[in-house]
Design a protein around this ligand. Structure first.
Ligand SMILES: *Cc1c(COP(=O)(O)O)cnc(C)c1O
Length: 379
């Protein structure tokens, strides 16, 4: 089965095979694995030893995003209380807002169009209008829409305004360029094991600044999600976790990193994903379906296609038909008007995408979906 969802992604057999061993996380043979993974991730983010640390938390992307929000931004009522501006550009930006709000952080939303990259001038204006905003929370690749937001350009206005930034790069990191050395305004960039690195789900990573971590020491309001505590542990006892980690996932992640580097690292991965989305976008248009995002703003991670207007259209029936042909896509809508979502990341190639497009055509014919023009009504 090819998983054409934006994560967990299709993995290589060598990655899955690396999980087939019982290991104790405190064992002296295992601890170097975490230390090695931390050392290999830091340069991929452009992290500077002594300025940034690679912090690892058990769990999913929401967990590491919440941990970064808690660890770099003091809560409402605290003497150094922060305020975070989150541009509302899609479903994942909304998730960041909810994580911050429920963690007791002061959130300001900024409504922006969702089918184009966030406008840095709009962010600059919002920051100028409200000097109490300390942070901007940005989603790099908005997995809801498939639009890539220009975090370097957004960061430049944040830096110019003397504010800080937290970047959710969960579906971008490892494929799209990112350079912490050039973006000192970024407190933390977060990602997981199971998206562009093509590992198994179970680990969240934050590459974060040590100064911001120290300045907010004790403010997390959660032991589990306290990145400062995680950092202290790695100083006190290198290569160890505070609580039981998914040890097999980490072993598999190391193999995934070997494959990543052998493929040619970030540029090669970006190029393969771009070729995947190019094949898909062209194929979708050839089938008479309508992409959700205009070609020039379509990112290489996720592509949405407007649900066809035909009354015979049914998302679950469509998903089931594709599944019988070896492809799994998301069975829910993530955009204001209904669109089906296809992930272009993972251990898949443009040839897989061409076969997938042929499968779409077969399933639509089987379902007797004849009117393929967009169904432009709210979900
Ligand atoms: C996948 C994803 C997340 C996290 O999802 P989890 O299910 O918690 O792993 C967060 N942000 C973005 C942009 C994502 O694509």
């Amino acid at each position: 089965m090819k998983l054409l969802i934006p994560g967990p992604v299709t993995t290589r057999p060598e990655v899955r095979a690396a999980m087939a061993e019982d290991i104790a996380p405190w064992d002296n043979d295992f601890r170097p694995v975490l230390a090695e993974v931390q050392a290999r991730l830091l340069p991929i983010a452009g992290g500077i030893p002594g300025t940034h640390a690679a912090l690892v938390l058990q769990g999913c992307g929401h967990f590491i995003t919440e941990a970064a929000l808690r660890s770099y931004l003091a809560p409402i009522g605290h003497a150094k209380s922060g305020r975070i501006l989150i541009p509302a550009i899609g479903a994942y930006a909304d998730r960041m807002k909810r994580l911050a709000t429920e963690a007791g952080r002061d959130v300001v939303s900024l409504a922006l169009p969702d089918q184009v990259p966030a406008d840095p001038a709009a962010i600059a204006a919002a920051l100028a209008a409200d000097p109490s905003i300390t942070h901007v929370g940005a989603v790099y690749s908005e997995t809801g829409t498939g639009v890539i937001h220009d975090v370097a350009a957004l960061g430049a206005v944040v830096r110019a305004a003397g504010r800080r930034m937290i970047v959710d790069a969960v579906s971008a990191f490892g494929a799209l360029p990112f350079d912490l050395a050039a973006q000192p305004e970024v407190d933390a960039v977060v990602f997981t094991s199971n998206k562009c690195f093509e590992g198994l789900p179970g680990l969240g990573f934050a590459i974060g600044r040590l100064d911001g971590l120290e300045a907010n020491k004790g403010n997390a309001g959660s032991w589990s999600f306290d990145l400062h505590s995680i950092h202290e542990q790695s100083l006190r006892s290198p290569g160890s976790f505070r609580f039981t980690p998914p040890v097999q996932v980490l072993s598999a992640f190391r193999v995934a990193l070997d494959i990543y580097e052998a493929e040619g690292g970030r540029p090669a991965r970006h190029a393969r994903y771009q070729a995947n989305v190019d094949a898909l976008y062209t194929g979708i248009q050839r089938l008479g379906l309508s992409p959700y995002v205009p070609r020039e703003h379509q990112g290489p991670v996720v592509m949405n296609t407007h649900a066809p207007a035909d009354p015979a259209w049914n998302l679950q029936t469509f998903v089931d038909g594709l599944k019988r042909r070896g492809f799994l896509i998301s069975n829910f809508y993530n955009t204001p008007t209904p669109s089906f979502r296809v992930g272009c990341i993972g251990a898949i190639t443009p040839e897989d995408m061409n076969q997938f497009v042929a499968a779409i055509d077969e399933v639509l014919n089987e379902m007797q979906v004849r009117n393929r023009s967009p169904k432009a009504v709210a979900v």
